[in-house]
Design a protein around this ligand. Structure first.
Ligand SMILES: Cc1cc2nc3c(=O)[nH]c(=O)nc-3n(C[C@H](O)[C@H](O)[C@H](O)COP(=O)(O)OP(=O)(O)OC[C@H]3O[C@@H](n4cnc5c(N)ncnc54)[C@H](O)[C@@H]3O)c2cc1C
Length: 1014
């Protein structure tokens, strides 16, 4: 037998290093002549054809559609004889499995298979034939309609030919992947006839075979795997080797231990076939079932799906808690807003979940919890003759009532017509079953798989409306359920939140209806009468967090005192952080960019020299000017700015210890317990920042050791610098000093740089930095000690099994920042902390409702814009407006060259949050402007949700990412879709055009893979 020929991922452009399989144009077993296009592949530039220049038969295994394969790696094989075709070889995606026709055409012609139209579909009932025998079928023609477990959907065909029999009769139930008809090349070859026994394990409805009578109580093993339960979670990845996503989904759905399965796919990959078993039978343990006497009739798809889901739910340890709620005010609001009460209940539930997020989590076999940020509420709808259907309102918290209501109306109509798409009824994160209108006194419901809790709402009675939560005890405990119910009760009984909610009426309903308008002077957390206090709100700290908060409150007419322990506002950001570091970066950029001058024909600039004194003078000038401007503005908007150190005296008062001089450039030491002025407040916001963290390294207090607080005092750039830590500050400083001519060694304890940055961005940046002259980065390095004075310091560190030393003039500790809250005496106010950081909710509210905390002091992303945004969130909440901080939309720029930047989620983070993401990237090496300026390193990567096409994140390794990211921030923040970005007009020639290209390419890929997978 001749060796099979490997079809490899071709290099279709200069810059292409990998390609994503968009579609297979030929099936396993097809004869391939020279020049045949067997597949389409997405490169870094476009979707292109993969042509084969040899003859043979296409043989598996095929790389799955959607998979990304490096150039030169096999994606399929060609064999010389049909007999050698690898039919049994598994393809590694459900789409390909569903779409792959059988290898060789049987005598009847090419089969038209029952497609898998949803994750949960295992069989379908042919409802109607839309084409007759002998009709010509072009690609994309709908030949039949099929009833799945929840909807009637079209069967499209992606081949040409004439429809031929035998075909299954309308009404027959057929398993996914089995023939329902055939296509022949010639009209005269089209045959009539019925595929007599539909090859389903379930017999056709029309002629149910009479089962042999079995005595009551006798038990028999089950022989079929149940259909995929609705919303089932995939099994975890196997401990060893790999498994296809579909195999994991099947295994998870059926509770099969994936580790016990042999993998027969490529490289031992466990495939769906392995899960289901070669003979079509499941590898599940035989179950004993109770036999009921009588003939019985086959369940329809809907009945089956419900019973299997419920059977699956039996494995949940459930408990129930009930409260009575007065729904009168919410019902009135629903009438006023012309909105469905059900929608308002869903909105109230989502808000309650926001405060008790555990309810939105779900157990994942066998020792994991999936925590989800997005709240998708399923609402059970009674349909005539079809029982309950549960359409899902997605992302309830982020949408207006008008939007939710409009969608709800549409979903209900289509649910009753059985016209919902799978993504419209699958995978809620919480469910409400409202049977109030059916006059039931009390009931409880069973959470659907994939959720942890469900509300059962019964008819209102003298005590109120009974709301029972049934919850999975593995995830939610009784006290949590009770607290959650009480929050829900409070929201239903006092629906003030509707006035200002992001899901509120004011912005949503057309016709200008509002329930109540938000009081700009504040009916929020602050009491109506604050005259007994020295101020309405005391803000502690004058950095980005405190200052933005104070200005927002002052803008709304509130009496604000801002205490800052420095002569001028601006905090770390202005005096020791963002702004001074960028003044150094700007000088370093000028030096670095000179390297490309000659390429542009600009000569004699190759040897720039740095005048440290001038740079320092410029830096100080900018800082002081900005600080003075800020103070003037603060006073101008009537903030009462006080200089001094504040610490708590009680939950409504602080003491302000007076300042005793010092420069704004230096961080002052705290003054806990010092005498000072007592100030009372109705509300307070803590924005005291976080100083650099100095790890307990022997010698870390030596004179040669600097931090981001003291590095600014250098008289000149040191000749040799060791930086401990390869985070944002460490890498920025490292490259700046390299550009200033220093020899820099970075020692990082972890095995990678920039842990907060998307993996590929960090890896590629590390690779680029490794090529820099004068820069060495050592990862997995444990610093043991620092000795010696400035100019003769020695750093000892261990890497692997060996110990090393490195000489330096100075050592910069860039080992992160940690809040220091002890001196604030928070215990006197009752404010809770966790490992030093103040604990807050999404509204930046601490456990003491009138005390808020923002910025570095609460941990998370320690960035100036995060602090400023949180400051405005706290202010808005204090004022009674709806505002929340959403980390999933936060962003950051690391000012290396090229810059690393991110907004929103990486694909990995998106997956962890329950999305099914797709990602696409474009390298700068193909961009004309980047070529002109010699800035071709790096790429932009866009991550979007496949189902909604919403852009979830954009990641950059790019020069000018600090500017480019602005567009991406708007995409993620405004939840724009690929379609919206694809159709926006981006100016030419700018690199913002790349956003449009990325969106269009990803859309094209999603369209084509969707078409191929049926
Ligand atoms: C070298 C470096 C570079 C950086 N670069 C960037 C960047 O490029 N982009 C970015 O977004 N972020 C950057 N940062 C981070 C940024 O500086 C901080 O995240 C930001 O300043 C935090 O703002 P904040 O308001 O929480 O705290 P701070 O800015 O630290 O302000 C806190 C203020 O509170 C005062 N204070 C503290 N305790 C008291 C008290 N008890 N009473 C009264 N006043 C008190 C302090 O004196 C200070 O003025 C950088 C940081 C460093 C060190």
């Amino acid at each position: 037998m001749a060796e099979p020929f490997l079809i490899k991922m071709p290099q279709l452009s200069d810059t292409m290093s990998e390609g994503t399989i968009v579609s297979w144009e030929k099936a396993i077993g097809d004869f391939i002549s020279r020049g045949t296009v067997v597949a389409t592949v997405e490169t870094d530039k476009a979707i292109m054809d993969v042509e084969v220049f040899r003859e043979g038969y296409l043989s598996g295994p095929l790389a799955a559609a959607g998979s990304t394969v490096p150039v030169g790696t096999p994606i399929a094989t060609l064999v010389p004889e049909p007999a050698e075709v690898g039919h049994a070889a598994a393809v590694s995606s459900p789409a390909a499995m569903a779409a792959a026709p059988s290898a060789a055409a049987p005598p009847e012609g090419q089969p038209v298979l029952m497609p898998q139209l949803s994750d949960t579909m295992s069989e379908g009932t042919v409802v109607s034939w839309e084409k007759a025998i002998g009709d010509f079928i072009s690609r994309g023609t709908v030949v039949a309609t099929v009833e799945t477990d929840k909807a009637i959907m079209d069967v499209e065909v992606f081949r040409e030919g004439y429809l031929s029999g035998p075909r299954v009769a309308a009404g027959s139930m057929v398993p996914v992947g089995t023939p329902i008809a055939f296509l022949v090349a010639d009209a005269s070859a089209a045959k009539d006839g019925v595929l007599a026994a539909a090859p389903s394990a379930a017999p056709p409805k029309a002629a149910p075979p009479a089962p042999a009578p079995v005595p009551a109580g006798s038990a028999q093993p089950k022989t079929r795997a149940p259909a995929m339960p609705h919303g089932a979670t995939p099994a975890p990845r196997p401990h060893k080797g790999t498994a296809t996503p579909y195999a994991r989904q099947l295994a998870g759905a059926h509770g099969i231990d994936i580790n016990s399965l042999p993998g027969t796919g490529p490289g031992g990959c466990i495939t769906a076939t392995d899960v289901v078993g070669a003979g079509g039978g499941p590898r599940v343990q035989a179950k004993r079932i109770f036999q009921v006497p009588g003939a019985g009739r086959p369940m329809d798809s809907m009945e089956k799906a419900v019973s299997q889901n419920m059977e699956y739910s039996l494995s949940m340890p459930l408990f129930r808690v009930t409260v009575y709620i007065d729904p009168a005010r919410l019902s009135r609001a629903a009438k006023d807003l012309k909105a469905s009460l059900t929608v308002l209940l869903a909105a109230a539930a989502a808000r309650a979940i926001e405060r008790h997020p555990r309810v939105n989590s779900v157990y994942q076999h066998e020792d994991r919890i999936v925590e989800r940020d997005q709240i998708d509420v399923g609402l059970a709808v009674e349909t005539e003759g079809m029982g309950l259907v549960v359409p899902v309102l997605r992302n309830v918290l982020k949408r207006t009532i008008g939007d939710l209501n409009a969608q709800w109306k549409d979903l209900v109509v289509r649910a009753r017509l059985k016209r919902l798409k799978p993504e419209e009824y699958s995978n809620p994160t919480f469910t409400i079953s409202n049977m109030g209108m059916l006059g039931v006194a009390q009931f409880d419901a069973i959470p659907v798989p994939g959720t942890s809790a469900i509300f059962a709402i019964a008819s209102t009675q003298p005590l109120g409306m009974p709301v029972t939560i049934t919850a999975d005890h593995r995830i939610v405990n009784g006290a949590e359920a009770a607290k959650f119910l009480n929050t829900f009760k409070a929201l239903v009984e006092d629906p003030q939140w509707l006035a200002t909610s992001a899901s509120g009426a004011a912005r949503s309903l057309s016709g200008g209806q509002t329930m109540a308008s938000a009081d700009p002077a504040g009916a929020g957390v602050l009491p109506a009468d604050t005259s007994g206090y020295d101020c309405d709100v005391l803000v502690i700290g004058g950095g980005p967090g405190g200052e933005d908060c104070a200005r927002e409150l002052a803008d709304h007419g509130r009496r604000v005192i801002m205490v800052n322990d420095a002569p001028l506002p601006g905090g770390e950001c202005l005096w020791r952080g963002c702004i001074p570091s960028k003044s150094w970066r700007a000088a370093a950029d000028r030096i670095r960019d000179r390297r490309h001058d000659a390429d542009l024909g600009v000569l004699n600039t190759a040897e720039p020299a740095l005048d440290w004194g001038r740079l320092d003078a410029m830096r100080r000038r900018v800082l002081t000017t900005r600080g003075e401007m800020a103070l003037k503005t603060d006073k101008g908007v009537r903030i009462d700015v006080r200089e001094g150190y504040a610490y708590f005296d009680s939950d409504h008062s602080v003491v302000i210890a007076p300042a005793d001089g010092g420069s704004p450039y230096e961080r002052r030491a705290p003054k806990p317990g010092a005498a000072g002025t007592r100030i009372t407040f109705a509300g307070a916001v803590i924005a005291t920042g976080a100083p650099p963290f100095v790890p307990p390294i022997p010698g870390a207090d030596g004179k040669a050791v600097l931090t981001s607080d003291t590095v600014w005092n250098l008289d000149a750039p040191p000749a040799r610098l060791v930086i401990v830590g390869a985070g944002a500050i460490g890498l920025e400083m490292a490259q700046i000093f390299v550009d200033f001519g220093c020899v820099v060694t970075v020692l990082e304890a972890r095995d990678r740089v920039l842990p907060e940055v998307e993996g590929e961005v960090a890896t590629q940046l590390a690779a680029l930095l490794a090529r820099e002259e004068r820069l060495t980065i050592v990862t997995s390095a444990a610093v043991r000690g620092i000795d010696g004075p400035p100019g003769a310091a020695v750093v000892r560190y261990a890497a692997g099994t060996s110990e090393h030393t490195v000489d330096a003039d100075y050592v910069l500790l860039a080992t992160g920042k940690r809040p220091v809250t002890g001196p604030l005496a928070l215990e006197r106010a009752g404010v809770e902390t966790e490992r030093g950081a103040i604990v807050v909710n999404a509204h930046c509210q601490t456990n003491v409702p009138h005390i808020f905390a923002v910025g570095d002091v609460v941990g998370g992303y320690m960035l100036a814009h995060t602090a400023g945004h949180q400051g405005r969130v706290a202010a808005q909440t204090l004022l009674g407006h709806e505002a929340a901080y959403d980390e999933r939309k936060d962003c950051g720029v690391i000012f290396t060259r090229p810059q690393a930047a991110f907004v929103g989620l990486s694909a990995e983070q998106a997956r962890a949050q329950g999305h099914d993401p797709a990602e696409i990237k474009v390298p700068f090496s193909i961009d004309a402007k980047a070529m002109i300026t010699g800035e071709t390193a790096g790429f932009i990567k866009m991550v979007a949700d496949k189902a909604t096409r919403r852009i979830l994140g954009v990641h950059f390794l790019a020069d000018h990412a600090d500017t480019l990211i602005g567009s991406a921030v708007l995409m993620v923040s405004a939840e724009l879709t690929l379609d919206q970005v694809a159709s926006a007009i981006h100016p030419h020639p700018t690199q913002t055009e790349l956003f449009g290209d990325l969106a269009r390419r990803l859309l094209a890929r999603l369209r084509r893979t969707a078409r191929v997978s049926g």
